[in-house]
Design a protein around this ligand. Structure first.
Ligand code: ATP
Ligand code: MG
Length: 430
């Protein structure tokens, strides 16, 4: 006899989503689908695997993601260099270019699915996680920038979150590449003038990505960081006007925000508008959603120059937040539980259940036999409002007994097996 086999386990940092937890996912997805239609965003689905070069070119080489978080591998069949997508924008932009999808004008699209980053797993941070992505391509903004942000406010409201309390908006403008370049030179000069205060990390980043020195948590460097030149002072008229118009649109919509000059975001491709929705409830993983404008990305990936703006929303973090605040999906218990004491009666029972289901009644059918008592226990546990009892006596009379499970006082009623479509509605009503 072989020894009992050890059960296999899933990959670390990659989660299974089982019932009842999956109900919150379905709730979120239903709300998203409705909302995207309301705002004119259409669904796209792109592969989970893309050529590694897409992310290196799209995100920039000196980013956390490209430097140390990508699942990259060689396809052993043909030697292709491939990567499990770490984010959604690059793949969507690739697809839009490849299929010339902007030919007929601008495009608003959304998608939802798994992303992969090799990070240290912890609450709100996983190696496979899920994002909702929305992208508006071919619009220069700032009107669509504002619309995207308001779409997110609408999403929070649908889910029961209160903006400004549960989730708050932070915005900034990153200007254009030439404005950033001048700011970058000023930053380097500033940090170089105080080289003695720089820690090893900062010295390493000084010439590769001095902006990231601004993110340093080292207390000894905070005064130097505070005194650093601000990008806002390097923005030209057009960039400033774009940002002012965005702020005016948000003001007009009554949406409060905080201008955070430190908000830079991880990817190189952003221009002008950047934003994040943050929550105080998730500790260090407090950013639920981040986005911004990427007017150079399409060209950078080989397409005809066109602007774009979008966001990525971390679904696990959002669902954790909902859970933390006790916000749950609307009840999804079945309308009825079918008690079938005698498995041999199935040929008479099944057509009735199918008729009810065709009329829109959610029926959970007891399968596998067992005593009445055990079947009623299952019926109660299912949360169903009604039990449909297909007992031998009922069947002999050509009937099924309908019993209210949550109202002990309600009388049991007999209904004809034939013509279930006529009484289906009463199961939906209560
Ligand atoms: P962080 O600073 O928390 O690492 P990020 O800037 O890397 O976030 P983005 O690339 O902007 O994140 O991705 C958009 C959203 O996706 C984040 O705001 C977050 O909600 C979610 N997210 C990012 N990385 C993870 C992860 N490893 N696990 C779960 N959710 C994630
Ligand atoms: Mg990250």
């Amino acid at each position: 006899m072989a020894a009992a086999m050890q059960p296999l386990q899933g990959v670390k940092g990659m989660n299974d989503i089982l019932p009842p937890e999956s109900a919150a996912w379905e709730w979120f997805e239903d709300v998203v689908r409705r909302l995207m239609r309301r705002y004119g965003y259409r669904n796209v689905r792109t592969p989970i695997v893309e050529p590694t070069a897409l992310f290196v070119r799209g995100l920039g080489e000196v980013t956390d993601i490209v430097e140390k978080e990508m699942y990259s591998f060689e396809d052993s069949m043909n030697g292709d260099r491939l990567t499990l997508r770490p984010e959604g924008t690059a793949g969507i932009v690739r697809a839009v270019i490849e299929h010339n999808a902007l030919y007929n004008g601008p495009l608003r699209v959304w998608t939802l699915g798994p992303m992969f980053r090799h990070e240290r797993p912890q609450k709100g941070r996983y190696r496979q996680f899920h994002q909702l992505d929305a992208e508006a391509l071919g619009h220069a903004g700032p009107d669509v920038d504002a619309e995207l942000i308001l779409l997110l406010r609408a999403l929070w409201r649908e889910l029961g979150l209160v903006e400004g309390r549960d989730v708050s908006l932070e915005i900034n403008s990153l200007g254009q590449p030439d404005e950033r370049a001048r700011h970058r030179e000023a930053l380097i000069a500033h940090f170089q003038a105080h080289e003695g205060v720089l820690d090893a990390d900062a010295r390493r980043r000084l010439h590769s990505n001095p902006l990231r020195i601004l993110d340093s948590k080292n207390p000894a460097m905070q005064p130097l960081i505070e005194a650093a030149p601000r990008l806002a002072d390097y923005l030209g008229d057009a960039s400033r006007a774009h940002f002012d118009a965005l702020k005016a649109a948000l003001d007009a919509a009554g949406l409060p925000y905080r201008v955070n000059p430190r908000l830079v975001r991880g990817m190189d491709y952003y221009t002008l508008t950047v934003f994040e929705w943050v929550t105080p409830h998730l500790g260090a993983q407090g950013t639920v959603c981040g986005g911004g404008r990427y007017d150079r990305l399409i060209e950078q990936l080989g397409g005809k120059p066109a602007p774009g703006v979008g966001f990525g929303l971390g679904i696990e973090r959002l669902l954790l937040l909902l859970q933390e605040l006790g916000l749950r999906p609307p009840e999804d218990a079945p309308h009825a539980y079918a008690v079938v004491p005698d498995a041999a009666s199935l040929p008479r029972v099944l057509p009735v259940i199918e008729t009810l289901r065709a009329a829109g009644v959610d029926v959970l059918m007891h399968a596998g036999g067992g005593s009445m008592k055990s079947q009623f226990k299952r019926a109660d546990a299912s949360g169903a409002r009604h039990a449909l009892i297909f007992g031998p006596d009922e069947l002999a009379r050509g009937e099924v007994a309908v019993k209210a499970l949550r109202d002990a006082a309600a009388p049991q009623a007999a209904r004809p097996l034939d013509g279930a479509a006529q009484w289906a509605a009463e199961l939906l009503r209560t």
